[in-house]
Design a protein around this ligand. Structure first.
Ligand SMILES: CC(C)(COP(=O)(O)OP(=O)(O)OC[C@H]1O[C@@H](n2cnc3c(N)ncnc32)[C@H](O)[C@@H]1OP(=O)(O)O)[C@@H](O)C(=O)NCCC(=O)NCCS
Length: 405
């Protein structure tokens, strides 16, 4: 039964997700964040001063550092929020924009806030190279540049690139390269079908991004830039990346820029404002596991969320598992199926039904918000139901949220 104290999502929006080398990929992540922050409240006529807390996630600090740190504070001020607004910048790797949602929910439950905003923003293509040591002078010899985007690696401290762990873990779980390529193909095909059916158009989860030009009209980006047409044969030809046994440019997401924002309040507050909730948040949980279990962690986190909610995976009408690589939805649905082949196939059928990050893109700090709103809008199109969205983040961290529409 819906309760007055339920926490509901009343608005959710994102920018299109960019390709590597397009006009949108030149916009600082903070500016992309400002765009979604303004839009997510504009759509429901909430004023900036009515938002008690803004939690803002990102996970590539080097890009944020180009505009100096504390992007949450800068973005809120640039977006016209009052100086008194409380904000927090948060980095839980790719989990960040669900962690921000969870913290906002906790703030409402604790009576600290009535309206909370969760933001995720990232511009991966804009990540600069680092030149350590120059401050003390380079007395002699070559300057060493570090690309902290390369491999999204944790290698400097002895951990593996995510693609290596994901590929090895997938093979251990019996998820082959061919299965991962087939999932990638399906992701592209499902996205194309969804787009042709009018989904992923401006108005629901998407807002346009207008880029002013020195002369003439602005460039207006109205759709995701990365989806592509492909075949199993073309996918099979691609070489693995970052030392992974299975992960390729085809079964991995591209490198993207983009932002997402979600606005939450209690059902009572939504009713008072005459707002129809997009979804009720049943529960939101975090988890972590052994660092190499990156492909398994969405399953472990979903199981934790289901237990917390007193529900089973069979109660879920839809599932979103972020395609950090194709390995993640495949391995995680296999674990959720408990080794039952038929059930595994059935779970795959209701996972990422409109395609996923392989087609859409994965601006890492923004993707958790993206899968949450993609789930909510699809549940609404289908007339309601339960759904769960889960994402993995560096070194096997997880977030999951169960929604009811
Ligand atoms: C995989 C990755 C290295 C590829 O980067 P890139 O080389 O700039 O990507 P491209 O789009 O140019 O693709 C590389 C090649 O694969 C081909 N390709 C990519 N996707 C394809 C597909 N679905 N089907 C067929 N070919 C494809 C491209 O056409 C290109 O071929 P070319 O070299 O002959 O032009 C980069 O996208 C990446 O690092 N992705 C993972 C990001 C990540 O780790 N995210 C976080 C997860 S936790």
């Amino acid at each position: 039964m819906p309760g007055k104290d339920d926490i509901v999502i009343v608005s959710a929006v994102r920018t299109p997700f960019s390709r590597f080398d397009t006009a949108m990929a030149d916009i600082p992540s903070i500016d992309l964040g400002v765009m979604v922050m303004k839009e997510v409240i504009r759509r429901v006529r909430v004023k900036p001063e009515e938002v008690d807390e803004v939690n803002y996630g990102s996970c590539i600090p080097a890009e944020v550092a180009l505009e100096t740190d504390v992007p949450a504070r800068q973005a809120t001020l640039l977006a016209g929020f009052p100086a008194e607004n409380i904000s927090l910048t948060l980095d839980r790797a790719c989990c960040s924009s669900l962690t921000t949602l969870r913290l906002g929910i906790l703030a409402i439950r604790a009576g600290e806030a009535a309206i909370v905003m969760s933001v995720g923003s990232e511009n991966m293509p804009r990540t600069p190279h680092l030149a350590p040591g120059l401050r003390k002078g380079n007395r002699l010899g070559h300057i060493h540049l570090i690309d902290c985007l390369f491999e999204l690696g944790y290698t400097a401290k002895g951990f593996n690139p995510v693609a290596l762990d994901a590929g090895e873990m997938a093979l251990e779980q019996g998820v082959t390269r061919e299965m991962q390529d087939a999932w990638a193909l399906q992701s592209q095909e499902r996205y194309a079908k969804a787009y042709a059916a009018g989904k992923f158009r401006i108005g629901e989860e998407l807002m346009p991004v207008a880029i002013p030009q020195k002369r003439g009209n602005p460039i207006v980006i109205e759709k995701d830039e990365s989806p592509r047409v492909t075949t199993m044969e073309a996918l099979a030809k691609l070489k693995p990346i970052y030392g992974s046994p299975t992960v390729t440019a085809g079964n991995a997401p591209p490198i993207s820029a983009g932002s997402s924002a979600i606005l939450c309040m209690t059902r009572a507050e939504a009713e008072r404002r005459g707002l129809e909730p997009l979804a009720t948040v049943v529960c939101a949980v975090a988890s972590a596991s052994a660092p190499r279990e990156i492909a398994q962690i969405p399953a472990y986190t979903i199981l934790k969320a289901l237990e917390r909610a007193g529900l089973s995976i069979d109660d879920m009408d839809l599932i979103e598992i972020n395609e950090a690589f194709a390995a993640m939805p495949l391995v995680s649905t296999k674990i959720l199926a408990g080794g039952n082949e038929g059930k595994w196939k059935a779970l795959q059928e209701k996972t990422n039904v409109n395609g996923g990050a392989i087609a859409i893109g994965h601006p890492v700090g923004a993707s958790a918000g993206r899968i949450t709103m993609t789930l909510a809008f699809e549940l609404r199109r289908r007339g309601g139901g339960y759904g769960v969205a889960s994402i993995c983040g560096g070194l096997a961290q997880g977030e999951a949220v169960i929604l009811k529409v």
